[in-house]
Design a protein around this ligand. Structure first.
Ligand code: GLN
Length: 190
């Protein structure tokens, strides 16, 4: 089965995710209105500018449909601004409190190799005006840290990461996400 993955495409870096997911064999649909969420096996919330993205989500009436998609157990992967909008103070898809531009602004963009739960080899991470996770609820598992600050986490089928694997050629996180989507699809069919 070829998984059908939606990518929120109101603003920001959706193209790089689309390219990587297609290379990994997924079918991709750009999501701009609630109807675009129908029938998806997974959804990516890309990086960009979280305030602009939230305005677009409000304008298109996407907030509630996005919450419903998560409630149905559809896997979601949020990167950078996608992490920010998933947090408690915005869409509330995952129980985390987020600090925006936590490492500083443009000058504090950097790269690092991170230990990441579930991967034997370090994950190469590109951070661009990245957030970190200030506080995580009890149901949240931290997957990676930088200097003791959580930069990746998971709760249920929602995974958020503060960096940009889609920009560094780091394909393993997207590959794992596609496997998760396929498994969720099989459960739904059973
Ligand atoms: N700093 C941006 C924001 O706060 C996020 C940056 C990114 O997605 N690379 O929305």
């Amino acid at each position: 089965m070829t998984p059908l993955i939606g990518i929120l495409a109101l603003q920001g870096g959706f193209d790089a995710h689309a390219k990587m997911l297609r290379e990994l064999g997924a079918e991709v649909r750009l999501v701009r209105v609630p109807e675009d969420l129908e029938g998806l096996d997974g959804l990516v919330l890309p990086g960009g500018e979280s305030t602009t993205m939230m305005l677009g989500i409000a304008r298109e009436g996407l907030a509630e449909p996005l919450r419903e998609l998560v409630a149905r157990g559809t896997p979601v992967l949020g990167t950078c601004a996608g992490l920010i909008i998933s947090g408690r103070d915005r869409l509330g898809l995952i129980d985390i409190r987020v600090k925006r531009n936590a490492f500083g602004r443009q000058v504090r963009s950097f790269e690092a190799d991170l230990d990441f739960v579930g991967f034997d080899e370090p994950v190469h991470a590109v951070f661009i005006r990245a957030p970190w996770i200030e506080e995580a609820g009890p149901g949240v598992e931290v997957l990676a840290e930088v200097d003791g600050r959580p930069v990746a986490a998971r709760q249920g089928a929602v995974t958020v990461i503060a960096f940009h694997p889609e920009l560094s050629g780091e394909k393993r996180l997207h590959a794992a996400f596609l496997e998760q989507c396929a498994a969720a699809g099989r459960r739904a069919d059973a």
